[in-house]
Structure formats: structure tokens, C-alpha cells
Design a protein around this ligand. Structure first.
Ligand code: PNS
Length: 165
């Protein structure tokens, strides 16, 4: 049996917490598709093509069974389109739990054949979030420990080009 999972998110941008979850999920599933939500209403810092490119650069070492795709619409439709039986999400702290539970239950109602699986983010990345990394970079702080190399570089360049992100 081939176990296929999707790991959906906004990834604006991908953090080391996301990368940790992707790395561990890549060992659990035969195929892992990282799904990047294209939601222009959220006014992301990185457009959809940049986010996809940065994730591809960050997960290049995980193997060919890990791929990255943009999507819009429902996560369960994206998962079904890829023949996935699982959705992967990371949990950093109790504060993530309520929203994740709500999403998992909604997705289950929409697609009972798809199960959401949670991976606890590694302790050292429990504090990392995309929005905090953007804030730190904006004020000139070092984001090296929070972001994969290609992402940290892209964020530094973006902040330099537009000081107020
Ligand atoms: O990285 P994020 O912003 O926490 O990811 C949230 C995401 C993209 C997983 C969630 O907003 C989502 O699944 N959006 C797609 C629309 C959808 O399927 N909604 C119903 C389930 S909540």
C-alpha cells in the first residue's frame, strides 16, 4: 500500500519548524506533497511562485518522493487530487491545538476518508513562526536559527529592498 500525504500551509515563508515537520513526515509516508495555499487576500510577503521556489530549495535533500505544489480552494480537494489519504500538520504548543482541532474536524466532515496526522514540532523550533521571523528580520534581527538557509537569505533581501514589510 502506498501512503500518500499532503502537508498544507501558507508558508509565508517556510520556517525551520515547517522543515522539521516535512523532514519527519518524509520518513513516514511514501509520498509527501507540500501544498502551498494561494490566497492573495492574505497579502503574503512572498508571492506564490516565490514560496514554492523557496520550499523546493529547502526540501531538496529530502528525496524525490517529496514534492511541492501550489493550490487554491479546499485542502481536502487538493489531497484528493493527489490521491492522498493523509493531511500532515505540525503542532508547536497548546495554543495551536484549538484551531488545528477545528480544521481537522472540518476536513474530516468534508472528506471522511482522509485522516489528519499531527507531528509535534521539535522543541528547539517550538517558538518559531513565519510572522515572528518576518518581524525579527524587519527590525534587523538575525533569523538564521529560525529559517532554512535559502529562506533566510530571501527574507533579508526582501527587507533590504522594502524596509517596511
Ligand atoms: O500555514 P497556515 O496558514 O496555518 O495553513 C492553514 C491552511 C492553509 C492549512 C488552511 O487555511 C486551509 O486548509 N485552507 C484551505 C481552505 C480549506 O480547506 N478550508 C477548510 C478547512 S479549515
Amino acid at each position: 500500500m502506498t501512503r500518500v500525504a499532503v502537508f498544507p500551509g501558507s508558508f509565508d515563508p517556510m520556517t525551520n519548524a515547517h522543515l522539521d515537520v516535512a523532514e519527519r513526515a518524509s520518513r513516514l509516508f511514501d509520498r509527501l506533497i507540500i501544498g502551498v495555499l494561494n490566497n492573495p487576500k492574505k497579502r503574503p510577503l512572498f508571492d506564490i511562485d516565490e514560496r514554492v521556489r523557496l520550499i523546493r530549495a529547502s526540501v531538496a535533500d529530502l528525496g524525490e518522493h517529496v514534492t511541492v505544489d501550489a493550490f487554491d480552494g479546499l485542502t481536502v480537494d487538493f489531497a484528493r487530487g493527489h490521491g492522498a489519504g493523509f493531511i500532515v500538520r505540525g503542532l508547536r504548543a497548546v495554543s495551536d491545538f484549538e484551531a488545528e482541532l477545528q480544521m481537522a474536524l472540518t476536513n474530516r466532515k468534508l472528506a471522511p476518508e482522509i485522516d489528519t496526522t499531527f507531528l509535534m514540532t521539535a522543541l528547539e523550533y517550538g517558538f518559531v513562526s513565519s510572522s515572528l521571523a518576518k518581524e525579527v528580520a524587519q527590525f534587523g534581527g538575525d533569523v538564521t536559527a529560525m529559517l532554512p538557509g535559502p529562506v533566510a537569505e530571501a527574507l533579508r533581501d526582501r527587507v533590504r529592498a522594502t524596509p517596511r514589510v
